[in-house]
Ligand binder design. Structure first.
Ligand code: FAD
Ligand code: EPU
Length: 337
């Protein structure tokens, strides 16, 4: 185990926040993870870090950061309809998507270009363009930090929901995800109904639909809307899209005819938080180096040297203003530390 002390976390979070970790230890084997757990005092905090693309550090980590670098992607099983691919938690998510595209395995093309690593994909059941990880999830292996034992979790065990899983709730900070197995289709089923995918495919001049074309369309749309963390610090959508009862949506439609909402299966309506935030006048607002992105109001950004606290305080102002204007409570999607 390579242990470093007093390390800046700036290169390890896409928000670009200059927090520090008292101890920083990458691990690329289960043995190295066990050494880390043995070395750490029982009272020390431990944060498991992937690509750092869904985290806001509001203070230094007065404990341990274990950077998950468990690698490897392999086909583990195959049946008539599916190929089962296992990926190490430390593999880059988009590299895994490309592995599937190269082999013509369908299911994750709509999830192209989501930053971060495989190990975090089940944490919040990542989703985009009409697909969530739960749609391709087979199982995962995770190491219980206290028991020091490997557990297997199936789809039902994970209790996936919109940007939710059991690992964010009752098992929070208890498990280290080691690898995830996904179930990919040999005969892809195309999913182009969401958002601007069809429009983008037409613009690209695609006549023969394929998962590779869908992936490229998704990449194009994402690049046109979302800021690249290499150029401007951000963690994607800062808030979840909130769901409200149908009756509240109807009232909102009367007072704000342009309100954007999508019906959920349970009859509630999911509102586009980006629309609410834009309408409340936040889009493009900048406070020092903390800001609300000018092209996508759901994304909060760090223009350079904002502190995590400054970004967090801006998010609190936005929450308050949306509650006052629309009577809707926004929940943060990013993990606040
Ligand atoms: P991290 O930020 O490192 O960690 C996130 C959380 O998971 C932390 O609590 C961490 O402790 C925990 N964790 C990480 N790895 C492990 C592990 N192996 N075991 C246990 N716990 C672990 N998300 C979407 O769902 N859809 C999108 O379309 C999307 N677009 C984005 C666009 C941009 C530009 C950015 C910057 C982010 C976007 N995100 C999106 C958010 C982010 O990419 C995902 O949440 C991603 O899964 C985070 O992966 P990560 O490895 O960076 O996780
Ligand atoms: N909108 C505005 N103003 C804005 C931003 C959005 O009016 O500033 C409106 C758009 O016009 C559109 C609607 O809001 O009508 C939805 O916008 P968009 O398609 O950009 O998606 P989103 O709801 O903002 C969600 C996810 C993204 C995911 C995309 C595509 C959440 C919290 N966010 O964003 O995920 O990539 O859909 O599926 O669910 C993330 O989780 O980090 C993330 C980027």
């Amino acid at each position: 185990m390579q242990l470093q002390e007093n390390v800046s976390l700036r290169p390890y979070n896409t928000m670009g926040i200059d927090a520090r970790a008292r101890y920083f230890a990458p691990f690329d084997t289960l043995e190295a993870l066990q050494q880390l757990l043995d070395r750490r005092a029982a009272t020390d905090t431990l944060l498991i870090l992937g690509g750092g693309s869904n985290i806001l550090f509001t203070k230094d980590v007065d404990g341990w950061v274990g950077k998950n670098e468990l690698k490897g992607i392999e086909v583990v099983r195959e049946d008539e309809d599916y190929v089962y691919v296992q990926a190490g938690a430390g593999e880059n998510w988009h590299a895994f998507v490309q592995f599937c595209l190269q082999r013509n395995l369908g299911g994750v093309e709509n999830l192209s270009l989501i930053p971060g690593n495989v190990g975090a994909s089940p944490m919040q059941n990542i989703g985009a363009y009409g697909v969530e990880i739960k749609d391709v999830f087979q199982q995962l292996e995770a190491f219980h930090r206290g028991e020091q034992k490997v557990h297997t979790f199936t789809l039902n065990d994970c209790q996936f929901g919109y940007r939710e899983s059991i690992f964010k709730r009752q098992y929070k900070d208890q498990f280290v995800i080691l690898n995830v197995t996904y179930r990919l289709r040999k005969q892809p089923v195309f999913n182009t109904s969401y958002g601007a995918i069809e429009q983008e495919l037409a613009k690209m001049g695609v006549l023969d639909l394929s998962i590779q074309a869908i992936a490229q369309a998704v990449v194009n749309i994402r690049q046109s809307k979302l800021p690249d963390p290499k150029e401007i610090g951000n963690a994607g959508s800062f808030f979840k899209n909130p769901s409200v009862p149908a009756s509240q949506y109807a009232t909102l439609q009367q007072s704000h005819p342009g309100v954007v909402g999508y019906k959920n299966d349970d009859g509630t309506v999911k509102l586009a938080a980006g629309w609410l935030i834009e309408q409340a006048g936040w889009k493009g607002v900048r406070r020092g180096d903390a800001g609300c992105h000018a092209r996508q109001a759901l994304v909060l950004v760090n223009y350079g040297h904002a502190t995590g606290r400054e970004i967090y305080d801006l998010s609190t102002e936005i929450v308050q203003s949306i509650q006052e204007k629309f009577g809707v409570v926004l929940e943060r999607e990013v993990n606040i530390l």
